[in-house]
Design a protein around this ligand. Sequence first.
Ligand SMILES: [Zn+2]
Length: 856
Amino acid sequence: MIVVAQAIAALLLLGLPMQVRLDPDLGISEALAADRLARVTNIRYDLAFTIPAARTQPVAGRALIRFVLKGTSDPLVLDYQPDRAGILRSVEANGRETSVRQVNGHIIIPPEVLREGENSLALEFNAGDGPLNRNDEFLYTIFVPARAHQAFPCFDQPDLKARWSLALDVPEGWQALGNGAELERQNAGGRTRVRFAGTQPVSTYLFAFAAGKFAVEQAERNGRTFRMFHRETDAAKVARNRDAIFDLHAGALAWLEDFTAIPYAFGKFDFLLVPAFQFGGMEHPGSIFYNANGLLLDESATQDQMLGRASLIAHETAHMWFGDLVTMRWFSDVWMKEVFANHMAAKIVNPAFPAINHDLRYLVDYFPPAYAVDRTAGTNEIRQPLANLSEAGTLYGAIIYQKAPIVMRQLETLVGSDGFRDGLRDYLKMYAFGNASWQELIAILDDRTPEDLAAWSHSWVEERGRPIVTTELAIANGRIRRLAFSQRDPEPKRGLVWNQRIKVAIGGKETKLVPVQLNARRVEVTEARGLPAHFVLPNGGGIAYGEFHLDRASLNWLMANLPSIEDELTRGSAWVTLWDSVLIGDVKAAAFLDLAIGALRVETNELNINRLLSYVREAYWRHTPPPARRPLARRLEPVLQAGLSGASSSSLKSVWFSALRDVADTPATIMWRTRVWKQEEKVPGLTLAELDYIRLAQDLAVRNAAGAKSILDQQYANIKNPDRKAQFEFVRPAISGDPKEREAWFMSLADVANRRREPWVLEGLRYLHHPLRADASEKYLEPSLLLVREIQRTGDIFFPKRWMDATLSGYQSVSAAATVREFVDGLPPEYPERLRRIILSSADDLFRASRIGRSR
Ligand SMILES: [Zn+2]
């Protein structure tokens, strides 16, 4: 194969005239990255930034970039694409002032100033503001996936790892942190200059710094110092959470050192809690950034939130090995680092929560969000091709974060857990401080199993969608006569088979789990013959992935008896499967709601209650026609009230309370909530925090409750935390009872400056498009769709999908579905395919709801 390819290449070369070298495209193309990877090695960045107190003043920067170069006949391309705040002042190449061309977000260094071997470039510039997240009292960088060059000149691709040295000049009184340990700090003239130690080889997207008015907490664990930078003003909240946060980090770190057999590689360990951070966390080595809300929990925090926090911390800590130490070669494999981080997080967190059914938790955390994308026409393969890093942001989503971990667990069952761990150890050791692709890992693991991992990887990783699995069940005298599963590909021309090992629940007097390997189009389960059975549930063990069409007998039995199933995992799995059946059209939403309302009276498992409540909310808002909601609320609210007063823990109370707050529709319940908001009435056993009161006030306002305006005025006056106050002020017009104010708020989003704080925008959108406001706001759907493309260009990686989700989640009407459908159908061929898919996947529930509504 190689010989043939070389021969063809040689023929082509002979036949063609010398190519004229073209200017590089915008962004970092695969071709540019490959050229540089072949020529540039041993990169060291020496960076200095001067950060003024006022965020309107530019951040001045200097970069000394040293590297070893191979081949000087061609120019060398640096990346630098700042917004209007940025400007390149001067370039010295190897000590000589050099004039350069700037084209398409790149700096072209002419060949004549370069030399074979060691080179140095010294650049003076103002930094672009885009990825610096500048606020009045602080800033922090987010350079993932390829945004470092929007701030400063660099080789912005993940496989050109570099050693980084950093100096920050900040206003006196500000704290500063970077990837390396602080080496020295000098105060002079109202300024503080901080110098950080050089790093290990690290990719550009992982380089980071932050500076600002932060408080710092410090703790020792297992002989290591951990520091937490934050801006929380509620001292009791910090005190309540800090030990747990440090413990969770230390525990995760120790577990990972043991599992990988490789010590933590990046020296010091700090983290920063950012208010209104755009992600849950970002894994900069030595300096993790978190969303403050995810770590500093309120007293009313649910079990789910505590687990979520532990998982988030374990996830980011796992990245120190999976992603930071060994990094994907190209962002097409970005899912690998995410899946490993999630997979490890699940392993790490489980022992710390022994009271929790972790198989059930895995099921409810991963399957519903993965299905929410994978059942849609907009779904994508886990491993997506990527021609240019400028599109890397569109790769992220539930397929990477939720489906890929399920697939990885399938891989672990195929390879065996010891073989899997040893394979990972080999992989980390072999590629430490470097880069590796998915195929390189599969090659290591393939040696450890008789299964054909390449074929397995093709179906699960390289192709999109999920198998449609149908149960064939014949029962005679209460016992199974024949049980078989057939699978087919939703894209018939493709004809894929998804090989997976599953555990089928067979429910008779008691429920039995039967292991089955689905490795062919039809698999007969001979060992099930003769077993007593009321129902058969393919995903009974919580590991089978697909669109499961149950047989009629099982479906009927479950629709009558599901709550009576003894095993909580099987119950949870049955709920996930039945909800799919609602969306497929096998089960009516109203029948599902009847069953669910009955089940809520008896279900005791918090994870199942949580999942059920979220399906009930979805069925209530999305699949119940507006005139039918009030009568339904009259049935539902007493069940939620009973759940709230009967809940055994404050975390469970909190789950019920938020469902009740969300659904509340009858005058009595709205009055009750008003009294709770006014603190005239307490919810026994539940302590409400500032954020709870904010949500109560906002939810009352969106219902046009009596005195809505004064409730919002009063709430604004009550907020103590300045960041939350600013967010409330921003979101408020989107909730207003005055359509003109809402319109002005929506129009303001056309300006990128008003979209900078993405969580604020999303919160506003959810109120603007609240189901109760759907009729008035439907006119914003088209302009919102038109904005998506610009949002992808200007926003962070999750923003386009979240923008679409927040925009469409309140609608069920045929006309809203038609608006989206017409928009998608009318897209020009050059419209980015991945964005089109994002719109389709966000619109899927709306399409289904409007279809189901029509046929009701
Ligand atoms: Zn991650």
